[in-house]
Design a protein around this ligand. Structure first.
Ligand code: AMP
Length: 380
C-alpha cells in the first residue's frame, strides 16, 4: 500500500491533551505542522500550544469525528481512548496507531495474552475471576502478588500489592467487581525501558535504552544511556522490535522491562505512544521521541536517534507545590539543567507537573544532582 506523506503545513489531530501531546505539538509546530487537540479542558497542556481545540470527552464520538474531519492524521496522547472511537473516525483520517493496537494494549489481560503468544517473557500472571481463583493464584506465587485493574490504570493507580494469603478476602473486596489480573512479584535488580519508533513505511529506529527508578509506582528518575552490556542492549531492543512488528504499530512505542539478577528480562508493560522514560531524548539525542513520533505517523523517514550527551531526567510531581511555586532558580542556575513544565494549573500529589533534564556524561553525578535538586525544591 502506498502512503502519501503528510507534510509540514498539514494538520495533526491529537486525542487527549496531556504533556505527551504538548511536547509532540511543540516538535510538530517547529517542523511547520498544525495541531488540533481533543480534550475536555480547553486550556489543557496540549491546547496551550495548539492551533485549535475541540472540547469534548475522549469517549465522545461526535467530538472525535469533528476533530478527524479537520485534520490529515490522528494520533494519541493516551492509550485510554476507547478503540471504538478510533474505528468511528478512521473513515475521515488515518489513525496512527490504529484501533487494533489499542485493543491489544489497553486491556492488561489481552496485552499479557498477546505477549505469551509472542513468546516474550513476562512475570507469571493469572486472570482474577473469583475469590477462590485469587487465593489459588496467590498460593501459586508463594503468597504474594500485585493485583492490577485490567483497564485504565497508570502510575500504580488501580493496583494493590498483596503480601499474605490471609489478605485474599480484603483484596477481593477492594476490587468491587472490577476486572483484574494478578502478577507474581518480580525480584528485579533494575527497571529499564526501550523506546523505539516504527513508521507507516515500516522503518524502525531505537533510542538508547533507559534505566528507570520508580517511587510509589511513579517514575522518579531515568538515566540514559542505561549501564548495560552491548549484548543485553541488543536483547532489550529485539524484544521491543518484535512487539512493534507483531502489533503493526505506527509511532513511538515504549516497552518497560524488569532485569533479574540473572540478567534475564521480563516485560512489565507496553505503552503504544511516547513515554515518560523517553523524555531524555528531547535534549540528549539528535532527535526527540516527539519529533520521531511525528515523522513515523506522517510517513516521513525516521531521523537519527543517536545520543549527544549522557543524561538524567527527574520528574517534578505536584507534591513539590505543597508550599507554593517551587524556587526554580535552584534548577535554572545550573548550566547542565533544563526545566520543562507542562502548563498544568492544578498541582496535586503524584501529578506529573514537569521534569528536569540534566545533561552530563557522568550520569552517576547527574543522579546525585537530581536528588539534590528535588530535595532543595521540596524544602523551598
Ligand atoms: P506499572 O504501572 O504496572 O508499570 O507498575 C508501576 C511500578 O510498580 C513498576 O515500574 C514497578 O516498579 C512496580 N511493579 C509493577 N508490577 C510489578 C511486579 N509484578 N513486581 C514487582 N514490581 C512491580
Amino acid at each position: 500500500m502506498t502512503h502519501a506523506p503528510i507534510l509540514p503545513g498539514q494538520t495533526i489531530g491529537v486525542l487527549g491533551g496531556g504533556q505527551l501531546g504538548r511536547m509532540m505539538a511543540l516538535a510538530a509546530r517547529r517542523m511547520g505542522y498544525r495541531i488540533v487537540v481533543l480534550d475536555p479542558n480547553p486550556r489543557c497542556p496540549t491546547a496551550q500550544v495548539s492551533d485549535g481545540v475541540v472540547v469534548g470527552a475522549l469517549d465522545d464520538h461526535e467530538a472525535a469525528i469533528l476533530l478527524a474531519k479537520q485534520v490529515d492524521v490522528v494520533t494519541l496522547d493516551t492509550e485510554h481512548v476507547p478503540a471504538e472511537i478510533l474505528d468511528a473516525i478512521e473513515q475521515y483520517a488515518p489513525v496512527r496507531p490504529g484501533p487494533s493496537v489499542l485493543r491489544t494494549i489497553q486491556d492488561r489481560q489481552v496485552q499479557k495474552q498477546f505477549l505469551d503468544q509472542l513468546g516474550v517473557p513476562q512475570a507469571a500472571w493469572a486472570p482474577v475471576d473469583s475469590e477462590l481463583g485469587l487465593r489459588a493464584s496467590l498460593e501459586a506465587f508463594g503468597g504474594q502478588g500485585i493485583i492490577k485493574h485490567r483497564r485504565s490504570g497508570y502510575d500504580g493507580k488501580g493496583q494493590l500489592r498483596v503480601d499474605k494469603i490471609s489478605e485474599t478476602s480484603n483484596a477481593w473486596s477492594w476490587l468491587r467487581g472490577t476486572e483484574a489480573v494478578i502478577e507474581d512479584i518480580v525480584p528485579f535488580t533494575r527497571e529499564i525501558s526501550a523506546v523505539i519508533a516504527r513508521s507507516v513505511l515500516g522503518e524502525v529506529r531505537a533510542f538508547p535504552i533507559a534505566e528507570n527508578v520508580h517511587r510509589k509506582h511513579i517514575l522518579h528518575t531515568t538515566r540514559a544511556p542505561a549501564q548495560l552490556a552491548v549484548e543485553a542492549s541488543q536483547r532489550v531492543n529485539d524484544i521491543a522490535l518484535t512487539i512493534a512488528e507483531a502489533l503493526h504499530h505506527v509511532g513511538v512505542l515504549a516497552v518497560e522491562m524488569f532485569e533479574l539478577p540473572s540478567g534475564e528480562l521480563l516485560v512489565n508493560e507496553i505503552a503504544p505512544r511516547t513515554h515518560n522514560s523517553g523524555h531524555f531524548t528531547w535534549g540528549a539525542c539528535a532527535t526527540s521521541q516527539f519529533e520521531q513520533h511525528v515523522r513515523a505517523i506522517c510517513g516521513l523517514r525516521l531521523a537519527d536517534p543517536r545520543m549527544l550527551s549522557g543524561s538524567v531526567m527527574v520528574n517534578l510531581l505536584g507534591d513539590l507545590w505543597a508550599k507554593g511555586t517551587p524556587a526554580w532558580r535552584t534548577v535554572i542556575d545550573r548550566p547542565e539543567a533544563h526545566l520543562h513544565l507542562y502548563g498544568k494549573v492544578a498541582p496535586a500529589p503524584g501529578r506529573k507537573m514537569g521534569h528536569v533534564l540534566l545533561l552530563d556524561d557522568d550520569t552517576d553525578r547527574a543522579l546525585e544532582v537530581a536528588e539534590q535538586l528535588i530535595q532543595s525544591l521540596t524544602v523551598s
